[in-house]
Write a protein that binds this ligand. Structure first.
Ligand code: ADP
Ligand code: ASP
Ligand code: MG
Length: 356
């Protein structure tokens, strides 16, 4: 008996039957005498569909309005799940991110959680309700809706688990645990019964979407053990924690990330500090730069190439063009036909690299 946070991703609540299946898992946990907070994502491909809807109207919409739109996907899920739980005869309440106390900074579409005010959550739990919370969203200082970035519901769940000092945080998904590679793509990938935060963080950061990297970072910081588990197949999943049993494997996992654009600035005048200026400018625009390559200087010029997510490429190019030393006719190349393949090893260095 204790306090359990259970998170269900989009595929786990994709249709009425799946929502009822989740209601059954949640109420079984409650029946065992636990307090239960449930975090859900938008159903199936809803978030992608909402992005497509926005693009039909305005390909350049502000991120504020995008967040306003995207947060609606999770609103549908919490209401439907609460209704499903009611139909099974259990006390339940659904809460949007802000109602559940999520304050974030104002970086729309990639907001960071500043605080979870647990008053409302504690009050509802005190009234013996199952609390269903919309993942992926919060409220900024201006009282505007923000979202945490794709896959952000994992982080919402971990944040609640930390704030309430939960006994368990279970991440239910459509695979039965963390594998050495994406089990949908690599048939002989091996399931790991345990993995350390650091290894999981590497896998997640390098493209294994099974857990969002920020959620792993937060779980490590607050020492919350995570269990990645299937919502459809009731077998033990993978535990993510500080120290894990080492299975005898040199390579812990392999990831592939295709959400990559490689931007190259060719023929920059080679003066000291130029790379610093470029990367500061990108940082000021909240662009995460990943792999960086700098050519050796020749004829007083050099090339700088780096990777960003595909989404960020147009903003990155615009930011670079605004730099005084990037002339209009200086070539900036953008290649989106690349992927990043990374090998994560137990105790080894990571060697990411891009390939066309
Ligand atoms: P959810 O909707 O539940 O959040 P996601 O689609 O975000 O689920 O994450 C689950 C998916 O992550 C799986 O369907 C699987 O294809 C993919 N995946 C990628 N790498 C791995 C890995 N190393 N282990 C397990 N799943 C992985
Ligand atoms: N619905 C959001 C997304 O598709 C958040 C999540 O699934 O965690 O990215
Ligand atoms: Mg996910």
């Amino acid at each position: 008996m204790g306090l359990i946070v259970q998170k269900f991703g989009g595929s786990s609540v994709a249709n009425a039957e799946r929502v009822m299946n989740v209601a059954k898992i949640v109420t079984d946990t409650y029946k065992q005498g636990n307090d239960v907070v449930v975090v859900v994502s938008a159903q199936g491909d809803t978030t992608d569909d909402l992005i497509a809807k926005a693009k039909e109207i305005n390909t350049n919409a502000t991120k504020r309005e995008m967040d306003m739109l995207l947060a609606s996907g999770e609103q549908i899920s919490i209401a439907l799940l609460a209704m499903a739980i009611q139909s099974l005869g259990f006390p339940v309440i659904s809460l949007l991110g802000w109602q559940a106390g999520f304050s974030t900074n104002s970086v729309y579409s990639a907001a960071r959680i500043k605080k979870v005010n647990t008053d409302r959550l504690k009050m509802e739990l005190g009234n013996k309700k199952i609390v269903v919370v919309a993942g992926f969203q919060g409220l900024n200082d201006k009282e505007d809706i923000t979202t945490l970035g794709r896959g952000g519901s994992d982080t919402s769940a971990v944040a609640i688990a930390c704030a309430l000092q939960a006994d368990k945080c279970q991440i239910f998904t459509d695979v039965d645990g963390v594998y050495t590679a994406d089990p949908r793509k690599v048939k002989n990938a091996k399931k790991l019964s345990e993995i350390t935060y650091d290894e999981m963080l590497e896998l997640a950061t390098l493209g294994a979407q099974v857990l969002n990297n920020r959620s792993v970072e937060m779980a490590k910081k607050y020492n919350i053990a995570l269990e990645v588990i299937s919502s459809l197949n009731p077998i033990p999943g993978t535990i993510v924690k500080e120290v894990a049993k080492m299975e005898k494997m040199l390579v812990r996992g392999v990831t592939k990330d295709t959400d990559v654009a490689r931007i190259s600035i060719v023929g920059l005048t080679d003066v000291p500090g130029i790379a610093f200026k470029i990367f500061s400018k990108l940082a000021a625009n909240n662009i995460n730069v990943d792999i960086i390559l700098q050519s050796v200087g020749r004829n007083n010029t050099k090339d700088i190439a780096f990777t960003v997510s595909k989404d960020n490429a147009p903003v990155a190019i615009e930011a670079l063009r605004a730099l005084p030393f990037v002339d209009e006719d200086l070539p900036i190349e953008c290649d989106t036909d690349v992927a990043k393949v990374s090998v994560v090893g137990a105790g080894m260095e990571t060697h990411p690299g891009t390939a066309s």
